[in-house]
Design a protein around this ligand. Structure first.
Ligand code: TYM
Length: 331
């Protein structure tokens, strides 16, 4: 069975983009893969976080993943910092990756903006740690949203350079699993910007713990335009907000965009938005309820993560120890 690895930053509760781009596929892959899911708290540290907030967010994130259908008894769910293999292989990969490759990473450029000198070195070498996350498990399939594509390319480049430099065939090729629909869910306030946990406006995203009323309000207020919905997908090309809302609807309903437009084309946004809110509430309200229930028993959640970390360590430690032997560390 192929091994799946994926991660999410514990920086607030997951939003709809995380759900459609990643989590929903993680849940499905559990049926026929051996899966490792990681709360990447070491990655979260690359931009300063309040320590208490990081702890709270990590538990909320774990609860939300379990409530969405991740099964920590059959698969592995843990937080990254609890397994030393990440840091150990991350360092080796810092020494394999080239500065030129890191300089080309668009996500670093976006996050650092003009203020590059003021950002942590961790943010710059983020892709090497991400490569280590995956390669420490010899994972071959990585389900992510579209924004992580470049990170997976560099992870393959790093694995290949390690294999070449040390004359081995040790790290396998990673295959990105990017969903065909809703691989990039956009902000509800601006259809040209990615929906994100870190957007200062909570109105820009649906969070998995939103109540039915909050979801309905956010969808009602979501930016749209003055025209009726088109009856074919082509008509959405120059209408980013309309395209985003229709894409979300189609992904949630698991229906083709054209099919959705054959139902709503020619109508204004009013009825469509009501139907979209209803669809979202139907799927997400039970997730929110279950997340709240799980969060009432923090010791139980902590025990789940501890057990996950033990199992993750048992897989990754021998692989990373072998990488350490290959580079020539004395033991
Ligand atoms: P993060 O925490 O930003 O996002 C977690 C997952 O959600 C996807 N995603 C989206 N998909 C569609 N539309 C959106 N608006 C949207 N926003 C987020 C992301 O593509 C991702 O799959 N670097 C990673 C975490 C990571 C990782 C890894 C992932 C660290 N190590 C190893 C895979 C394998 C990140 O910051 O994800």
């Amino acid at each position: 069975m192929q091994r799946v690895f994926s991660g999410i930053q514990p920086t607030g509760v997951p939003q709809l983009g995380n759900y459609l781009g990643a989590i929903r596929n993680w849940v499905k892959l559990q049926n026929d893969h051996d899966c490792v899911f990681c709360l990447v708290d070491m990655h979260a540290l690359t931009i300063f976080r309040d320590p208490q907030q990081l702890r709270t967010d990590s538990l909320a994130q774990a609860a939300c993943l379990i409530a969405s259908g991740i099964d920590p008894s059959r698969h592995v769910l843990y937080n990254q910092s609890a397994v030393s293999a990440h840091a150990r292989l991350g360092w080796i990969f810092n020494c394999v990756v080239r500065l030129g490759w890191l300089n080309r990473m668009t996500q670093f450029k976006e996050k650092a903006g003009k203020d590059r000198e003021q950002h942590s070195a961790g943010l710059f070498v983020y892709p090497a740690l991400m490569a280590a996350d995956i390669h420490a498990f010899h994972a071959t399939r990585v389900p992510v949203g579209d924004d992580q594509k470049q990170h997976l390319e560099i992870a393959n480049d790093i694995g290949a350079k390690f294999n070449h430099d040390y004359g081995v065939d040790f790290f396998p090729v990673i295959e990105p699993l990017i969903p065909p629909a809703a691989a990039r869910v956009m902000s509800l306030r601006d259809g040209t910007k990615k929906m994100s946990k870190s957007d200062p406006s909570a109105q820009s995203r649906i969070e998995l713990t939103d109540t039915a009323d909050e979801i309905a309000l956010k969808i009602r207020k979501a930016k749209s335009d003055a025209d009726a919905l088109p009856s074919e997908a082509e008509g959405l090309e120059t209408r980013p907000e309309a395209r985003n809302l229709v894409t979300i609807y189609a992904a949630m309903a698991e229906r083709p965009v054209d099919d959705v437009l054959s139902e709503f084309g020619g109508q204004g946004f009013g009825p469509f938005k009501s139907a979209l809110a209803e669809l979202l509430v139907e799927t997400l309200a039970p997730v929110a309820r279950e997340t709240r229930r799980l969060l009432e028993d923090r010791p139980h959640l902590e025990a789940i993560l501890r057990s996950g970390a033990e199992r993750a360590g048992a897989i990754a430690d021998p692989i990373v120890s072998e990488a350490e032997r290959l580079v020539g560390y004395l033991r």
